[in-house]
Design a protein around this ligand. Structure first.
Ligand SMILES: Cc1cc2nc3c(=O)[nH]c(=O)nc-3n(C[C@H](O)[C@H](O)[C@H](O)COP(=O)(O)OP(=O)(O)OC[C@H]3O[C@@H](n4cnc5c(N)ncnc54)[C@H](O)[C@@H]3O)c2cc1C
Length: 285
């Protein structure tokens, strides 16, 4: 289907984009890579009168290092994140997860910021961002800017802390240099969305797990972080037996969906199996 008619604006700064959002209010929709928005417009599930394209705003593009933090512009494409040596070295978990997103064409257009704001519970970047302790920089009217912690960013299905009239501008990712990483994505056919995905990154010391971070994809209405499992893994040897015991409770307190790909109990079982695999792979075992 062809989208309903809309006016197209392509501002060249965040300030200009925020002003356009304020002017058009509910009638406006922000366009990043368009990989989620355009299908929605084509199916006429949404028909904004104005589309504000962020593609010409240079300050939203690219990856920089600020001390112990990687700062990723919201309009940085998946492909650019994958090509980044800094991300590969200091936040390998993000690279591993993005390798599994869709196909090269979608990774060429889709942006990390668009994916995070879209907040599809089956999306593959939310869980690694949470596991890495990422923070989200949100710009608002009057030059205001606030930074939101991962735990507060994902609010519900397709809902984040980015409010009306606001833009996600950057993602701040603490460096995890030297940590092993693995994203275990369970699908029935290639290029499918995650039925369940597990993001694990581990710092090993002398064959044991010194620190671990674990994020869960599609195990509830938002990405989740498995803090109890992270704690249970500390000090454990990276063996099948020890990791199996430490991750046994990973599905506790989760509320995964039931759909044609599997019911909620099946996903809980999957999460337990996949977390063990992800942690062992991240630990290099
Ligand atoms: C066939 C197909 C398969 C896919 N498979 C996967 C998959 O396996 N795993 C996966 O994770 N994803 C998958 N995706 C989704 C893909 O990752 C999208 O690229 C992503 O969800 C949206 O990023 P985008 O840059 O294209 O955003 P857009 O589609 O342009 O925007 C998405 C939403 O975010 C809003 N928005 C965008 N940027 C900002 C911003 N900076 N501030 C405020 N609001 C903003 C837009 O208004 C819109 O509501 C798939 C998509 C397709 C079409």
């Amino acid at each position: 289907m062809i989208p309903a008619q809309f006016d197209y604006i392509a501002p060249s700064s965040v300030e200009e984009a925020i002003r356009a959002l304020a002017e058009h209010g509910d009638d406006a929709k922000v366009l990043a890579g368009g990989q989620s928005l355009l299908p929605i417009l084509r199916m006429r599930l949404n028909a904004p009168g104005v589309v504000i394209d962020l593609g010409r705003i240079g300050e939203l593009q690219g990856i920089t290092e600020e001390g112990d933090t990687l700062v990723i512009g919201a309009m940085t494409t998946y492909a650019a994140v994958l090509a980044s040596e800094a991300v590969g070295t200091h936040a390998a978990l993000l690279s591993k997860a993005i390798q599994t997103v869709a196909d090269p064409q979608i990774r060429h257009r889709g942006t990390i910021g668009g994916a995070l704001v879209h907040a599809d519970p089956a999306g593959d970047v939310g869980a690694p961002a949470l596991a890495l302790g990422a923070e989200f920089v949100i710009a608002g009217p009057g030059g205001s800017s606030r930074t939101v912690a991962g735990d507060d960013f994902f609010e519900d299905l397709f809902t984040t802390a980015v409010g009306e009239g606001e833009l996600l501008t950057h993602i701040r990712v603490p460096k995890h240099t030297g940590w092993g990483a693995h994203y275990e994505k369970f699908v029935r056919v290639s290029h499918q969305w995650s039925i369940v995905g597990i993001a694990a990154t581990v710092r090993s010391e002398g064959g044991s797990i010194a620190e671990a971070r674990v994020g869960l994809t599609n195990m509830g209405s938002t990405p989740l972080r498995a803090k109890a499992v992270e704690e249970a893994l500390v000090g454990k040897p990276a063996t099948d037996e020890a990791v199996r015991a430490a991750v046994a409770s990973v599905a506790e307190g989760t509320n995964p969906p039931s759909d044609l790909n599997g019911d909620s109990d099946y996903r809980k079982h999957l999460a337990t199996v996949l977390t063990r695999r992800a942690v062992l792979a991240a630990a290099g075992a």
